[in-house]
Each structure stands twice: as structure tokens, then as C-alpha cells.
Design a protein around this ligand. Structure first.
Ligand code: PLP
Length: 381
């Protein structure tokens, strides 16, 4: 049996998405910047895609900018906001994705003051600390992710948005893991910047977008041609953009059912693991269905001599999971997120992440294989 439980790293492309992209690979190949009919036809496809994404987000098309993915969108939001909006201070957290964390570290090297908000032992943001940081620092940019890619913790976007508004801070949230999994309503959320990456919701890799609230005027991060209304130079990834919009449309059209299905898989795995492995626990709040991303379950396994081999042994059994974020797939060693939590580092950690294509049978199979690795005779004394 082959089981793919690494959907937070990337998802399988939906066949309907591929079909929507195909004409833009084979027939409609014009450059969207060309003014002849071949170009105009393709330009129309991009603008139709932009309108689709904007409508789903309750945003204006002029607030959506296509990028090469989440990393570029995060970099653009952070770098350009600091550059163009007189930012002197950045508040972020130690458990952000490296797309944010490494960018913030670079900004610090460039002389920007950086504060990391306190987290509790489960990786939850201390909102009182956040408020005290905001109170004492004018000209601040807050960058806090909505859904953590490793442990699934959810941030209260409404609460942080209101706080940022009260203290006049700019609010960027890395929404890569939650985009097209939750209905973000940009007309209500007080977000200045949000991010999407198509390959996290059954779209193609290498394409994403940055939502920029119209109140924010920033200059481009990538200089070049006049594409994306002068905000991002470079010939557009046309079939990627078409695929992104189609994937988002599909995700929204059946979101409640997909969510129900995936939550059932997650709950089933929690229950089966508790019944099968003594001393099992969960990292972050990933077993709290109300406060975690429904696609992610990060399992905390009892100390065992073979814990270093966990992912390898699951792989041998045909199960693809992860120990951390995509960049460190294959190993739980070095996860900067797990390192911030109050947990026994001798314990094993595996992130299982689900999609609409997974089944209860797959969950049963994975639990069975995992439990085999934790039979009493194989554990250390
Ligand atoms: N932010 C988060 C939370 C992610 O999970 C990822 C991908 O793993 C990224 C950013 C980067 O997105 P992309 O792969 O589109 O560059």
C-alpha cells in the first residue's frame, strides 16, 4: 500500500486543474504583454484568474499579485513594507516558516529591530506580550502566520488584526497553509498582506499570490518589466496562474465537505493512535480540533532507540510523512519549530498531513505500521 500523508509539504494536482491549464501550455502560448491577439487572449486569462481569486477573498482584483509562490510573496511583503513604510521594528515568532524567519533575520542584519513574541510550551502566541510589544514600539510590522505548517497551531487573525489596527501596526500573515482551506474574508479581516501558494491546495507548484490591501502602497521586490501592474517584473507563469485560480475555485466549491472528511481522518488517527501506542502525545495543539489546522497532526512518540529511523521505516512501509517542514522532510532533526516547544527532545516526531484524497483505510494502515514500531520488545528499557 502507498500512502501519501505529506500534504502540508505539497498536494497532488487535481485533474480538473490540469485540464484547465492544458490549453495554456499547448494552444494559447502568446506572451500576455504582447498587444496582438495571441497575447491579448492570454492576458484575458490572467485577469479572469485574478478576478476569481479576488472574488473568493472578498478583495478587489487590484489587491491580488501573482508570484512564484509563497516564499516570494512573503519576502515581498516583508522587505518592501520595511523599505517603503518607514518600519523600524518587526514583531514575529520563532516558529514561522523559514520564508518569513530567514527574511526577518536578514532585516535584523540590515539594522531593523526585531522582537519575537513569547510562545507557551505548546507554541501558542502570548497575545498579552504581543500587545505590550505593540504598545511600546511605533512603526511596527507584525508578521505572524495563520496556520503553522509543522504543528498546525492557528493564530486568531481577527484578534491580531484588531490589535494591529489599534496600535497602527502593519499586519502580514503567512497564510500559505490555510489559504483555500478556510474562507478568508479580506473585507472583514484587518490584514495588510496575506499569501497563497497553489501547490498547497491541489494546484501547480511554482505559483502563488500576494494579497496587498489597497491602503498599502509598496514598490516591487522583483524589478523588470511592467507585469503585475508594475509590481513584479517577469513574464507571467500563465498556466500556473490559470491552475491556481481553478484550484482555488474547486477548493471553495466543496470546502465544507472536504473539511468534514479530513477532520474525520484526523480524529480517527488521534483515537486509533491513543488506543494503539502507550504514552502517545501530540505536538503543539494539533490534537485540539478547534484550534489547529484540520489538515495537520503532529505526533509525539515515546522515546525509542529507533526514533531516528521513524520516517525511514514508515517510508519502507510505503507511507510518506514528514518530520518537519518541506525543506527538512525526511528528518525531525533540526526542526526549529519543535525546538521551541516544551517537549522531551528524545521523543520522536512525525507530521501527518491529510488531503481530500486520503481515506480511513490509509489512516488505519499507517497507525498499524507505526504501532508495530512501538511494540514493547522493540523499545529501549
Ligand atoms: N509558508 C508556509 C507556512 C509554508 O508551509 C510554505 C511551504 O512549505 C511556504 C511559506 C513557502 O511556499 P512556497 O513553497 O510556495 O514557496
Amino acid at each position: 500500500m502507498k500512502v501519501y500523508f505529506d500534504n502540508a509539504a505539497t498536494t497532488a494536482i487535481d485533474l480538473d486543474v490540469f485540464e484547465a491549464m492544458k490549453p495554456y501550455m499547448l494552444e494559447h502560448f502568446g506572451n500576455p504583454s504582447s498587444i496582438h491577439s495571441h497575447g491579448r487572449q492570454v492576458r484575458t486569462a490572467i485577469e479572469r484568474s485574478r478576478k476569481k481569486v479576488a472574488d473568493l477573498l472578498h478583495a478587489a482584483p487590484a489587491e491580488v499579485f501573482f508570484t512564484s509562490g509563497g516564499t516570494e510573496a512573503d519576502n515581498t511583503a516583508l522587505r518592501c513594507t520595511v523599505q517603503d513604510k518607514g518600519i523600524k521594528h518587526v514583531i514575529s515568532s520563532k516558529i514561522e516558516h523559514h520564508a518569513v524567519l530567514h527574511t526577518v533575520e536578514q532585516l535584523e542584519k540590515d539594522g531593523i529591530k526585531v522582537s519575537y513574541v513569547n510562545l507557551d510550551g505548546h507554541g501558542r502566541v502570548d497575545y498579552d506580550h504581543l500587545e505590550s510589544l505593540l504598545k511600546s514600539h511605533p512603526n511596527t510590522l507584525v508578521s505572524l502566520m495563520h496556520a503553522n505548517n509543522e504543528i498546525g497551531n492557528l493564530l486568531d487573525l481577527e484578534k491580531v488584526g484588531n490589535m494591529c489596527e489599534e496600535y497602527g501596526a502593519v499586519f502580514h500573515s503567512d497564510t500559505v497553509q490555510s489559504m483555500a482551506h478556510y474562507e478568508h474574508d479580506m473585507s472583514k479581516l484587518k490584514l495588510d498582506f496575506a499569501v497563497g501558494s497553489a501547490h498547497k491546495f491541489h494546484g501547480p507548484k511554482g505559483v502563488g499570490f500576494l494579497y496587498i490591501n489597497h491602503k498599502n502602497k509598496i514598490h516591487p521586490f522583483i524589478h523588470g518589466g511592467a507585469q503585475e501592474r508594475n509590481m513584479r517584473g517577469g513574464t507571467e507563469n500563465v498556466y500556473g496562474i490559470v491552475g491556481l485560480a481553478k484550484a482555488m475555485e474547486i477548493a471553495y466549491s466543496d470546502m465544507a465537505n472536504h473539511r468534514k472528511h479530513i477532520e474525520r481522518l484526523k480524529l480517527h488517527m488521534i483515537e486509533r493512535l491513543k488506543a494503539s501506542i502507550d504514552g502517545i502525545a501530540f505536538n503543539g495543539v494539533s490534537d485540539d480540533l478547534d484550534n489547529s489546522l484540520y489538515t495537520v497532526l503532529n505526533v509525539c512518540l515515546p522515546p525509542n532507540d529507533d526514533n531516528d529511523m521513524l520516517l525511514f521505516n514508515l517510508d519502507i512501509a510505503g507511507i510518506s510523512a514528514s518530520g518537519g517542514s518541506a525543506c527538512s522532510s525526511g528528518s525531525s532533526i533540526g526542526s526549529h519549530v519543535l525546538a521551541e516547544l516544551n517537549r522531551d527532545q528524545n521523543r520522536g516526531a512525525i507530521r501527518f498531513s491529510f488531503s481530500k484524497y486520503n481515506t480511513l483505510e490509509e489512516v488505519d494502515y499507517a497507525v498499524e505500521k507505526l504501532a508495530e514500531l512501538y511494540q514493547p520488545e522493540t523499545t529501549s528499557a
